[in-house]
Design a protein around this ligand. Structure first.
Ligand code: ADP
Length: 236
């Protein structure tokens, strides 16, 4: 068995007096896995993702990522954790429009203390590896949605995170671009990158993950190992 990258133990999150958004969730994601988190709207997916990313605190339980107890971090340590240990990819890319593609990718490395030169070299290397180096000097506004999401993936990888965490990465893309992003993520996982994707996109889950976690009403109700690299039809 490989090392756990994510370990949640009996994690609960409750807002006000409502039912728990997450109820005693326990799960482990190991190095090299690609996991899809599936579940209907309102089931607790974003809550789970925010807890793993250290953007929110549980009311009970422990969240450990890459050896760090994320649930106990203060604000500064939590920001440092996000910069160095995880790479985040969002539905709407969240690129900075007044920076070039290369500068967008290099920025988190510079924020983590890497000098501009080495940060730019790392960005160039990643853009080449992901096949988008021809756009290095372009501004994000000139790129298609699919290309922008590839840049966002490059940016997420710049500090060599233990975990790539994506929230509906194909939610704003057409089918063909979504497939390209799926191939990109599958390729990264093939090289050993641990990936967790929250998604409604079953085609994406099929193309680039090898395990699904299903959440219903805040409960991790089922964890399926995927047979032959595919998830079953009723996991949507
Ligand atoms: P999903 O991402 O699966 O759509 P969420 O994690 O966003 O689900 O929400 C799970 C539950 O928690 C829902 O009932 C939602 O209304 C509630 N919830 C989420 N965020 C908040 C919040 N900031 N305040 C109050 N309730 C919230």
């Amino acid at each position: 068995m490989t090392t756990p990258v994510i370990e949640l133990r009996a994690v609960s999150r409750r807002y006000d007096d409502g039912p728990p958004a997450l109820h005693e969730a326990t799960l482990t994601v190991r190095t090299g896995e690609a996991v899809a988190i599936l579940g209907p709207s309102g089931s607790g997916k974003s809550t789970l993702l925010n807890l793993i990313a250290g953007l929110d605190r549980p009311n009970g339980g422990t969240v450990t990522v890459d050896g760090v107890r994320v649930d106990g971090l203060g604000e500064a340590a939590s920001a440092r954790y996000r910069r160095t240990r995880i790479g985040l990819v969002f539905q709407f890319f969240n690129l900075l429009d007044d920076l070039t593609v290369a500068d967008n990718v290099a920025l988190p490395a510079q924020l983590a203390g890497t000098a501009r030169g080495p940060a730019r070299r790392r960005a160039a290397e990643l853009l080449a590896a992901l096949g988008i180096d021809r756009h290095a000097d372009a501004y994000p506004g000139k790129l298609s949605g699919g290309e922008r999401q590839c840049v966002a993936v490059a940016r997420a990888l710049v500090n060599r995170p233990a975990l790539l965490l994506a929230d509906e990465p194909t939610g704003a893309l057409d089918t063909a671009s979504g497939e390209d992003v799926g191939k990109l993520l599958a390729g990264l996982n093939g090289e050993g990158q641990t990936i967790v994707i929250v998604t409604h996109d079953l085609a994406l889950a099929r193309s680039c993950t090898n395990r699904t976690i299903r959440i219903v009403d805040g409960r991790v109700s089922e964890e399926d190992a995927v047979v032959d690299g595919r998830v079953s039809e009723d996991d949507a």
